[in-house]
Structures are given as structure tokens and as C-alpha cells.
Design a protein. Structure first.
Length: 343
């Protein structure tokens, strides 16, 4: 029997950021990572403190952006890489009203640190009304983040690449297979619906499609946003996405959403491009747009960390520290993120 502090179920942003917090605090853990692709794995990884539809901000955006550099510097200490790419978001304006709204909102105390009042014109795309730049925004290299951390945890015997079976948990004795555990944290995204301990928690699947496109032209070094995000990957490959669909719960690629993306890119990029890959996966969202952290009301060694939504990097990194403090330091959870709001 192997004695361990934590079992983490799920290998997306929630699971990997929490694993980092446990490692930093010298706590033993094992990650159960199934073979399913989550929304985390195909996400854009954009870290943006501004809601770009309304030019407003969101709950704890400042704190989340400030913590981002800290946690990725810590992760760099053992992977050797820092995954933050300092390309800011450039939002294409649709009309003159948006330009005026941007400048008005930039005078507000909570938005002044983020909305640059000096507009820019990008040469590689159609932007006749220019673009607004989100200061301090960035993105992470999602592919290499997961690739490197998967390899690191695997090499350190902290990762099991197999599905987790809830029916094998002995909650009374704290045993799962050959592990004697103190705690299990479920970071399962939409698959919490199949978890008999947390299946009543209202995590909603939001299906997203994204494209990899080939563009044989230099594109301005920004995260370009109109309806969706466009940014460079490497070797003339670009990310473009993603869509939002709360209704379709199949894993199939939907041609209608692929067409939406293709037309969205054509709306501001007038040169030729080719679609090389189409990916789809599900985000775990919550109606009140708050993540879900906390403990099962009966089984005090079972916990949940879920509901990161479309801001997986920001929510995952910041609230992984909150989750660690709650589990190890008995810091009370804010009622806005506590799972008890649904119990």
C-alpha cells in the first residue's frame, strides 16, 4: 500500500495547477489522467483581464493577472520553460460607437490599467477603425505547457495515464486501489456528471471548435480579436477560435461551426489561408461564472475543483492557490466559489 497525501483526478488546467501547488508545499500526490481531450488541452490560453464584448472587467481580474507571473515563474524552476507569451490582445473595432465606448471605459478605475487609449492600425488585416490594445494581456503556450508537465509528472511517478473508477473508492478507510490517501480532489471538468459524489453540481458543458490554419504571410504579433482569436503558433501555423455551443453534447465536429470560424477569419483577413486541423472539446462552465471549490458534505476526504470556464488559465492558476490554502491551511472559501452554494 502506497501512502499519499492527494489523488488528483483530471489532467487539465485545474489538475495540473493544483499539482504544482502540492509539489511546492512538499505534499505527495498522484494524478489520474484519462485519455479524453478536455477543453483545457485545445484552448487558446489567452490571459485577458477584459471582457471584449462590453469592454468591462470581471471578478478578481487584477489579482488573477498579478498572480500569473508568479506561478509560471515557479513552474519554470522545474520544467526549464516559461510558457507566457507576451503578445497583447488587439481588439478590432466594429464601429465608431465601440471606439468611443473603449475610451470612456478606459477612464474607469478598474479598467484604466488594462485599456490602452492609444489605438493602433495593423497592416496584415482589415481594421479600418483601428484596434484597441489590452495592456498586460498575454497568452500561454498551451501545447508545450501540457507536454512538458505531463512528461515531468510522469518521470517523477506522479501521473497515471488511465481512467479513474469512482466505485473503487473506500471513503471510510481512505483507500483507492493500492493507494492509501488523505484526500481526493476531483478536477474532472464536464465529466463530474459521471462522478456519483458530485454529479448534482451544475457544471454545464460548453462545446468549442477551433481551427489550425496555414497562412503564408507575416501577421502582426498580437492576439487579434474580432469575433474569435487569431495568433501565430509556428511555421506559418495559426490558431483561430473558438466557438461556444451549450446544446450539442456530441464529440462530433459540426460543419456549421467550422463555417462560422472560416467566415469569421475571412471577415478581416482577405488573403488566402487553408484549414489544416479542426479540434473540438468541452469547457466546464457554471451559470454564475464562478469556479467551484470545496468538500463533499458527507465524505470529508473528497473535494472538487471545477468550473473554470473559458478562462481556464487565469481561473486555474489563481484558484489553485486558493484551493491549497483551503485544504491545508483551513482558509475559509469565499461563498461565491464554494460548492456549498449548490448543496
Amino acid at each position: 500500500m502506497v501512502h499519499i497525501d492527494y489523488i488528483i483526478v483530471g489532467g487539465g488546467f485545474a489538475g495540473f495547477f493544483l499539482a504544482h501547488q502540492l509539489q511546492k508545499n512538499n505534499l505527495s500526490f498522484i494524478i489520474y489522467n484519462g485519455d479524453q481531450i478536455s477543453g483545457s488541452h485545445i484552448s487558446a490560453g489567452v490571459c485577458n483581464p477584459v471582457i471584449l464584448k462590453r469592454f468591462s472587467t470581471f471578478w478578481k481580474s487584477k489579482e488573477q493577472m498579478e498572480y500569473l507571473e508568479t506561478i509560471f515563474s515557479e513552474i519554470q524552476c522545474y520544467t526549464g520553460n516559461n510558457y507566457i507569451i507576451h503578445e497583447p490582445v488587439a481588439r478590432i473595432f466594429h464601429d465608431e460607437a465601440e471606439r468611443k465606448q473603449w475610451r470612456r471605459n478606459a477612464q474607469k478605475e478598474d479598467l484604466n490599467p488594462f485599456l490602452n487609449t492609444d489605438f493602433i492600425s495593423l497592416g496584415s488585416i482589415e481594421n479600418p477603425l483601428e484596434c484597441g490594445v489590452v495592456k498586460n494581456s498575454c497568452r500561454i503556450d498551451v501545447y508545450h505547457f501540457f507536454k512538458d508537465l505531463f512528461t515531468y509528472f510522469k518521470n517523477n511517478n506522479c501521473l497515471v495515464n488511465e481512467s479513474f473508477h469512482h466505485q473503487l473508492i473506500d471513503t471510510e478507510n481512505g483507500i483507492y486501489k493500492n493507494f492509501k490517501f488523505k484526500n481526493i480532489v476531483f478536477c474532472e471538468g464536464i465529466h463530474t456528471r459521471d462522478n456519483p459524489y458530485f454529479d448534482k453540481v451544475p457544471v454545464l458543458p460548453n462545446k468549442g471548435h477551433c481551427l489550425e490554419v496555414k497562412i503564408n504571410q507575416t501577421i502582426d504579433p498580437f492576439i487579434i480579436k474580432k469575433k474569435h482569436f487569431l495568433f501565430s503558433l509556428s511555421d506559418n501555423r495559426f490558431y483561430y477560435g473558438g466557438t461556444y455551443d451549450r446544446f450539442d453534447q456530441s464529440d462530433d465536429i459540426d460543419p456549421e461551426f467550422v463555417g462560422e470560424l472560416e467566415n469569421g477569419l475571412k471577415a478581416f483577413y482577405k488573403n488566402e489561408f487553408s484549414i489544416t486541423k479542426v479540434r473540438t472539446a468541452f469547457r466546464a462552465t457554471v451559470d454564475d461564472r464562478r469556479p467551484i471549490l470545496g468538500t463533499h458534505p458527507e465524505f470529508k476526504n473528497l473535494h472538487i475543483f471545477n468550473g473554470l470556464g473559458a478562462r481556464g488559465v487565469l481561473n486555474g492558476s489563481y484558484f489553485s492557490k486558493v484551493m491549497l490554502d483551503y485544504l491545508e491551511n483551513q482558509v475559509e472559501l469565499d461563498p461565491e466559489i464554494s460548492v456549498s452554494r449548490f448543496q
